[in-house]
Design a protein around this ligand. Structure first.
Ligand code: SF4
Length: 356
């Protein structure tokens, strides 16, 4: 899309506490929907029940010995993305450089959270000893409302290994619902999104987190938005290509902010009326629930990323919804800005720098 076509409005923490984003393991059987290609060339969606495995099995799909005994366990294919640990912190935790079950779920709520984590796991690494009949019910709970104070904003679950396990979000709004980055394609999820009004736009923060964008576009006939710099052959047919440095608007309530650094053409989405910043891989939150700049997976320029961090002090948001890591809710804009300044100062080695 040409600059302005959307409506132009004018114009780190220490590494090591984030996720194993760069680790790639092969997808295996998931306890959920899988696409099957038929001889006619058409794709069908089949339901696959939770996978029952021999818990003594060794190798890639074997049960990690760090799991406690019981029904749920994490196998050795875990890529340490952290998702299960923030979705069901009472059940999953980090043990070594992978997740493990440290408490078996003991209440219906805890079991549901564990199954939601199982559905969301990008590598199908969460398993049950016997097929779990309620996994399909857990699938139907997505998208999950994020918080009562953040109306109409949902976590899609169904993380994809193709997007290095990134979270995607669904935003309900008057001028057309938005899918922020791409979840793994699931017809069950698509039906739920349809019930919530469907998808008019699919906003892609940058080239890494596009996963099944083609299937979502086909399912909803939505318009995909991506900065032109981020376009690669796989995304060449994206409907709207942002040009220049913006900002761009999408109605009165959404501003798209150019935030180069992680990649050359990264863009964040600011949902103004709800004070929420969807930060993709630009700005994250660590396992210690602190704002985070990931220098390990920086593909362009850390210095540019720091400049883009600084620029976000002029935006009034208190919710940070990142592609990787945990969500943050700040008490107010001052607290958010203090967190940004801390990251910038820490990375620049400033104890009292220009921000103080
Ligand atoms: S969600 Fe899956 S891949 Fe991610 S940390 Fe948990 S078990 Fe590992």
């Amino acid at each position: 899309m040409e600059r302005g076509a959307l409506g132009m409005s004018g114009a780190a923490l220490g590494s090591g506490s984030f996720v194993g984003k760069g680790i790639v393991s092969k997808l295996s059987k998931f306890s959920q929907e899988v696409p099957i290609s038929s001889s006619s060339g058409k794709t069908k969606i089949c339901q696959v029940r939770a996978v029952s495995t021999d818990s003594s099995k060794t190798g890639h799909r074997g049960r990690r010995e760090q799991n406690v005994d019981g029904e749920f366990y994490v196998d050795r294919s875990c890529i340490d993305c952290d998702t299960c640990r923030w979705m069901a912190p009472d059940v999953f935790r980090r043990a070594g450089e992978q997740s493990a079950v440290y408490n078996q779920p003991s209440t219906p709520e805890s079991r549901l959270r564990s199954l939601q984590a199982l559905v969301s796991c990008p590598t199908g690494s969460i398993r049950t000893v016997t097929p779990s009949k309620d996994v399909l019910q857990a699938q139907d709970t997505f998208p999950l409302p994020i918080h009562e104070d953040l109306r109409g904003v949902y976590h899609c679950g169904f993380h994809s290994e193709k997007s290095f396990a990134a979270s995607s979000y669904f935003i309900q709004r008057q001028d057309g619902n938005i899918l922020v980055d791409s979840p793994r394609f699931s017809e069950r999820l698509a039906k739920r999104l349809e019930e919530l009004g469907g998808v008019r736009y699919m906003f892609l923060t940058h080239k890494d987190d596009v996963a099944d964008h083609k299937r979502w576009q086909k399912r909803f006939n939505c318009e995909r938005i991506l900065h032109a710099i981020e376009v690669v052959p796989d995304t060449a047919e994206v409907e709207m290509k942002l040009e220049g440095t913006g900002p761009w608007t999408l109605g009165d309530d959404v501003e798209l902010i150019f935030t180069p650094g992680h990649t050359r053409g990264h863009v964040c989405l600011f949902l103004k009326d709800r004070g929420a910043m969807f930060s993709g891989d630009h700005m994250g939150a660590s396992m210690e629930n602190e704002m985070f700049l990931d220098t390990v997976h920086n593909w362009f320029s850390v210095e540019k990323q720091l400049e883009s961090f600084e620029a976000l002090t002029s935006y009034n948001f208190t919710w940070l919804l990142p592609g990787h890591g945990r969500r943050l809710k700040f008490q107010d804009v001052d607290e958010k800005n203090a967190a940004i300044r801390k990251v910038v100062n820490d990375h620049r080695g400033l104890s009292s720098g220009r921000w103080n």
